[in-house]
Write a protein that binds this ligand. Sequence first.
Ligand SMILES: [Zn+2]
Length: 258
Amino acid sequence: MDILSKIDRFYKNYKYEKGIIGCTYSHRNIYYFCVKKTDAPRIIVQYSIHAREYITAYLALKHIKDFLKEKSRGTVYFIPCLNPDGVQIALHKNPLYKANGRKVDLNVNFDAKWGTGAFNKTTPDDENYIGQYPFSERETVAIRDFTYKIKPHGTISYHAKGEEIYYEFFQTERDRKRDLKIAEAIAKETGYKIKSTVGSVGGYKDWCIEKLKIPSLTIEVGNDGLSHPIGQESLGDIYKKNKGVIKVFTEELWKLSL
Ligand SMILES: [Zn+2]
C-alpha cells in the first residue's frame, strides 16, 4: 500500500477531530488530523509539500499516533501530505519530482517575498517554479485559509534532507531571538543543526513568519548522504530523532505564553 492509500485509510479509521482543508486539481483530498489536549498553544505541522519528500508523510502518521498518547499541552493540527498530486507523480512517474500536479513548486508559491529567491524559475518545471502569482495553487490556498482559521501560535514544516533546522525570515531582532531559542530546543532534541536561510523565499514557514509573526520552523529530515526519495529503510532513524519534536515545540510555545 502506498503512502497516499495509507493516509486515506488512516483518515477513515481516525476517531478524533479530522477534516479536509482542500482538494487538488486531480481531486485528491488534503486531510488534517487534530489532536487536542488543551486549547493552547495551537500548532500546525505540515509534511510532504515537496513531492519526493513523502518519507515525511510516514513520519506524520507516527507523530499523530504518538501525540494521542502523550501527556502534553496544546492542540496540534497535522497535515500529513499537502501535495498528494505531486506525491503520486514521484511514486509512479518521476522519483525526483518536487512540484504539484501543475509543475508549480508549492513551497515557493506563498506570498513572502515571492519570486525573489535565488533558484526561482518562471516557467513550469519539476522544481522551483513559483507559479503565475502568489497563491496561484489550490494547495497553497488551502493551507493559507486553514492557517487563518486556526490562528496557530507556531508552525513546523517537514522537508528532506540534510538534518537541518531553519527558523529565520527577516524577523525583528526580538522575534529572531525568541525563535532561535525554540530552534535550539528542537536542535537539542533531534541532534540536527540550525542553519541560516539564504536566498530562499516564498515558503510556508516564510509566510507564517512574515504575515503571522509566529515562530515557524522548517525541519529537514534524513542525512545528506541519502538520495531522494528517501526510502522507508531510513524511517526508523528519522523517527527516532524526531519523535519528541511535537511535544518539545508545544512546550516551548507554552513557556512563551507564561
Ligand atoms: Zn522540501
